[in-house]
Design a protein around this ligand. Structure first.
Ligand code: S3P
Length: 448
């Protein structure tokens, strides 16, 4: 039984048999809004994700002069009127990204090519997240972009607010990124639309490719060769009348793991995005003996289909650094699966997890150990931070802290449903960042 408030009390549940529909993908929703703004027509985006991060992106494009409206009869769709590559705004503008990293990092790539100055502010969590990863490479293209500098051991880092000024020209560059980051890759490719010459971005491992898919499908001059993307400017972006956004795999991940770790359960999740650069968790869980099947596959800009999970005896596995980019947001819920899998699960290459909304390595391990999960190792090695969890036993409920991080909060809620005895999570309001209906769905499927 769940009580919904900022402090959240959650007890164990018995078996679940459910068919659920989850909210549309957050990453694709952000990009659909950006690209719709850059086209020269009206585009319908549906279903609409009414989350804090998407609202932040919408508020920004509105300030930049883009008009949008929602269907009065249904809040399910949003319509944006694009105005071409240059936003209609023609004066200095103050933007607020809230706590959305995708908003500030990707939109910065578009702002450096505009003819007006912008100041990009951030909320309390995003204020502490590094921006040097977009600021330095954009500056190499000739962009006039800077931020709040703070000295760090081994150099300095840049944080919001970012200040962007117009320049007479941007020059396309060739980048070899040290980290696989879809936000950085997207910012550079979008800046490349305004640059002279080619922009080439090579990643060490492929991160989510939603931006490249849209660029290609909307008519940009783009070549994709494994982890290297080449963009030539000049082509006009032609968007379709409507963009369908499948359900978010990262939201589905919580219910996939729930269906696996509860006894005698089966959960069907409808129309989930099945982009291979996003479903790394599926590959890892299948290696752990998870019973997962896919049905009704479809393809419309992005592949999607129904995911059916059944209770499984999970076995430990080893996850290599090259697997992390395709499951970067799913590591917290993988820690939950590992807690219920027999044997020692080792997960390597977790440095990027430490600079998300919170340090998700610390947030997950400190909470899970309160319930008695055996954390065998947490350390920095040559391949970056790695952890080892010894699982496969029973756990007690505990008082958890979300650290204000949506994915930590949802992962702990799933863990608590499979633990024994009541748990508390100190703050679940943060879940609205990506998945406002999460608690409602949990209540519905555990009520039976
Ligand atoms: C996102 C990319 C990822 C991911 C974030 C959303 C995106 O971040 O963690 O939740 O929409 O491009 P990085 O690009 O920093 O890995």
């Amino acid at each position: 039984m769940l009580k919904y408030s900022a402090m959240y009390t959650i007890g164990p549940t018995k078996k679940i048999e459910a068919k659920i529909t989850l909210p549309p993908d957050k990453s694709i929703s952000h990009r659909a809004i950006f690209f719709s703004s850059l086209s020269s027509r009206r585009t319908k985006i549906y279903p609409f994700l009414a989350s804090n991060d998407i609202q932040a992106t919408l508020n920004c494009v509105k300030k930049l002069g883009i008009k949008y409206y929602q269907d009065k009869s249904s809040k399910e769709a949003i319509y944006l009127q694009g105005k071409g590559l240059y936003f209609p705004n023609n004066q200095n503008v103050d933007l607020f990204a809230g706590d959305s990293g995708t908003t500030i990092r990707i939109l910065s790539g578009l702002l450096v090519g505009q003819k007006f100055s912008s100041t990009f502010n951030a909320g309390n969590y995003l204020d502490k997240r590094p921006m040097g990863r977009v600021v330095y490479p954009l500056a190499e293209m000739g962009a006039n972009i800077d931020g709040r500098k703070i000295a760090k051991p081994g150099g300095q880092e840049i944080y919001p607010p970012l200040k962007i000024k117009p320049v007479s020209e941007l020059i396309g560059k060739s980048y070899k990124l040290d980290i696989a980051s879809a936000q950085v890759k997207s910012a550079l490719l979008l800046a490349g639309l305004y640059a002279q010459g080619e922009t080439i971005v090579e990643e060490p491992y492929q991160s989510r490719d939603h931006t490249e898919r849209m660029l290609k499908s909307f008519g940009a001059n783009i070549k994709i060769d494994k982890n290297t993307i080449t963009l030539k400017p000049g082509a006009q972006l032609n968007l379709p009348e409507e963009i369908f956004i499948p359900a978010d795999f990262s939201a589905a991940a919580f219910f996939i793991v729930l269906g696996l770790i509860l006894k005698n359960s089966q959960i069907t999740i409808k129309n989930v995005n099945l982009n291979p650069t996003r479903y790394g968790l599926l590959r890892v869980l299948q290696r752990m003996n998870a019973n997962i099947t896919i049905e009704n596959q479809n393809n419309q800009l992005e592949p999607y289909g129904d995911i059916i999970v059944r209770s499984s005896y999970l076995r430990a596995t080893r996850v290599e650094p090259k697997e992390i980019p395709a499951m970067i947001d799913e590591v917290p819920i993988l820690c939950v699966a590992a807690s219920f899998a027999s044997g020692q699960t080792q997960i390597k290459g977790l440095d990027e997890l430490r600079i998300k909304e919170t340090d998700r390595v610390d947030s997950m391990l400190s909470n899970l150990s309160k319930s008695g999960v055996d954390i065998v190792d947490k350390d920095s090695h040559q391949d970056g931070c790695q952890i080892t969890i010894k699982g496969g036993t029973k756990y007690k409920g505990a008082d958890f802290s979300s650290f204000g991080d949506h994915r930590t909060a949802m992962s702990l809620a799933i863990f608590a449903l499979a633990a024994e005895g009541e748990s508390k999570i100190d703050d679940i309001k943060c879940i609205d960042k990506s998945f406002p209906g999460f608690i409602k769905i949990v209540e519905e499927i555990t009520r039976q």
